[in-house]
Design a binder for this molecule. Structure first.
Ligand SMILES: [Zn+2]
Length: 313
């Protein structure tokens, strides 16, 4: 199969891209994300039609945040869009006249990294995406593992702290409450409150108050050596690395790939993740260690991965 289209549904933009067999994006078309569930379906179809103009496209892969069923057709539940048992595959197929595969967005991103990014050459890869929350993907034996019902790899909602912080999912102590972009902001606010003298750079980038701290301020301040910002990244990394050690106990991969906006900071966050991973890896002195690698495709991983999954059929 030749060209396919991958679709990434973001909070502000929906992107459709024509992708070739090497994972190269040949053409993209972006539209604003509408506010209604039906509007989003319309926008996906419009973006696919526009991106595909002038290309001989054979299939479409859509990465959607949420639970996607085992047939890769229906979004069972989406946290940010009011999709409940939404038959997305059927709706889009009818409109664009091409075969459609729907995939969880973190799974799609994991597949993109495995095929064309940091996971190349590995057969067994576990991906985590440190974005606003924490997503994941499982590739074992060169196959994307989706579970019996299609909803595996929701690592962000493993409970790591009994009776811990309340999570948006309704549970308490979920991993993503401790290792995610949202957690990073919380750490920075707490530390800036407790020791403002160590957060001078960080506080100068926002409105001067701990409450005004945003994720981008923490990244900028950390690069300038702000102690609170750097320590906040380290705290996040401790939780992330400890969780990877648990995932090694479950999956024994040869590589972990860390993606998402938080991982854009590179070694600032990856180095302490590796340290924490080694610290908590059971039997670490007597077993091979998985590599902990930074994702390579950035924000394109989901689109490229969805397109490739559509190609594989
Ligand atoms: Zn949760």
């Amino acid at each position: 199969m030749g060209l396919t289209i991958g679709v990434d549904i973001g909070g502000t933009k929906i992107a459709a891209g024509v992708v070739d067999e090497e994972g190269t994006i040949l053409d993209t078309h972006k539209v604003s994300t509408p506010s209604t569930p039906e509007g989003i379906v319309d926008a996906i179809c419009a973006a696919v039609s526009e991106a595909g103009k002038g290309h001989d496209v054979e299939a479409v892969g859509i990465g959607a945040a949420g639970y996607v069923d085992d047939k890769r057709a229906t979004v069972l539940f989406a946290p940010n869009i009011h999709w409940r048992h939404e038959p997305l595959k059927d709706k889009v197929e009818q409109r664009v006249g091409l075969p459609v595969v729907v995939e969880n967005d973190a799974n799609a991103a994991a597949w993109g990294e495995y095929r064309f990014g940091a996971g190349q050459g590995h057969d067994d890869v576990i991906c985590i995406t440190l974005g606003t929350g924490l997503g994941g993907g499982i590739i074992i034996g060169n196959k994307l593992r989706r579970g019996r019902f299609g909803v595996a790899a929701e690592f962000g909602h493993i409970r790591v702290v009994p009776d811990g912080l309340l999570c948006g999912c309704g549970s308490q102590g979920c991993w993503e409450q401790y290792a995610s972009g949202r957690a990073l902001v919380r750490y920075a606010k707490q530390r800036a409150n407790a020791t403002p003298e160590n957060a001078r750079i960080l506080l100068s980038l926002g409105d001067g108050t701990p409450d005004g701290i945003q994720g981008k301020h923490i990244s900028d301040a950390a690069r300038q050596g702000d102690k609170v910002a750097v320590d906040s990244f380290r705290e996040l990394a401790r939780w992330a690395g400890a969780g990877l050690a648990d995932l090694a106990s479950l999956f024994d991969p040869s590589a972990f790939i860390v993606g998402g906006g938080v991982s854009d900071e590179g070694e600032l966050v990856l180095d302490p993740i590796r340290k924490s991973f080694r610290r908590w890896l059971v039997g670490g002195r007597y077993r091979p260690h998985a590599q902990v690698l930074a994702a390579q495709l950035g924000g394109k991983a989901g689109l490229v991965g969805a397109a490739d999954l559509a190609r594989q059929g």
